[in-house]
Design a protein around this ligand. Sequence first.
Ligand code: SF4
Ligand code: SF4
Length: 402
Amino acid sequence: MQTNLAGFVKARAEHNELEKIIQSCVHCGFCNATCPTYQILGDELDGPRGRIYLLKQMLEGAKVGVTTQQHLDRCLSCRSCETTCPSGVEYGRLLDIGKEIVETKVRRKLVDQIKRCLMLLVFPYQQRFEWVIGLARLCKPVLPSQFKQKIPLVKWVDDWPQITHDRKVLLIPGCVQPVLAPSIDVAAARVLDKLEITLTPIKSTGCCGALNYHLSDHEKAKDFARKNIDACWPYLEQGAEAIIITASGCGVMLKDYATILQYDSDYAEKAKRFSAIVKDISEILVDEDLSVFKAGNRKVAFQSPCTLQHGQKLAGVVEFILQKIGYDLVEVSNTYSCCGSAGVYSLLQPELSEQLRDNKLKALQVEDVELLTTANIGCLIHLQTKASKKIIHWIELLDENM
Ligand code: SF4
Ligand code: SF4
């Protein structure tokens, strides 16, 4: 596709990247077939090809307004279109930069601004989030049902293993998951302990920055990234084997630090080294002898989060692990499709999000499936609001059956 970027875009460090991405799209439209919003709304401008076109026009200097912003807001950033695209169009990168530019050109309604501001003030900060959740749990009986559903129960948490092994991997706990489901990281530590690997949380790390990044607050997201790199750096220098994360949504962000900080002269090289050793926990387990885990013929359904299959390109890895251990994994239709969680999408686009959640649950809760599993805290909480079966992180499933 021919492009003629506007002067204000040419002044940005990413202009070559943007030009390359736009030019790589051949407008075939294959991506529409696996785009959840296009499938529901049937509007070309709510599919990847249409959104690329809108972004191209904006980057070439056309005026943008609320309509363009709404089509971009409805995008889940699920990157299913990237998996489908035969031309390797890096849609996610184009969208993230494009949305940030649109944000500077289109003024949102005051109520939207307040909503986004509150989210950015609370979610990325563990302690603030803990307070809000604590308060919400206290007020649960009087809250409207749509909020009630989103407040998870407090779960009993097992002890972190105390034995130290020769093999050590590091953990970035993140911000939201330790509050909503602290049992997940403990389960990861216990599973790795069984494989004679010590999991050490790096407590001085914080939010991965994904929320800020996807809400177009790129500078703050980069700050989070730099802080996490600094916190992990001494361990990298000591030759750490890997940095793991149990939430696939945060994992993809950590792996993207290399891209996000590529124009930062102080951090570009560090970010490259950092992202190279970040692994989803499934990438560690897939190479291990898993005979210590016993599945006991349990029938489970796995929801593969978009951030795992499309973002981190790890489609099929968790499924392979679960089947290797002996779980009876049910076949899930439309596995490529998002469950509608997508960070804070469920709060910003509730109608679309609920429709996607219901479709996903219909695909997962088949036959006599015993329980549902996933790999991302956001998907877990979102699906839990309507699931009739228990849903847990797949690493907890392994821990339960040790
Ligand atoms: S993004 Fe890829 S699949 Fe979609 S229209 Fe462009 S080239 Fe075709
Ligand atoms: S990221 Fe997902 S929702 Fe957005 S255009 Fe691509 S497939 Fe559609």
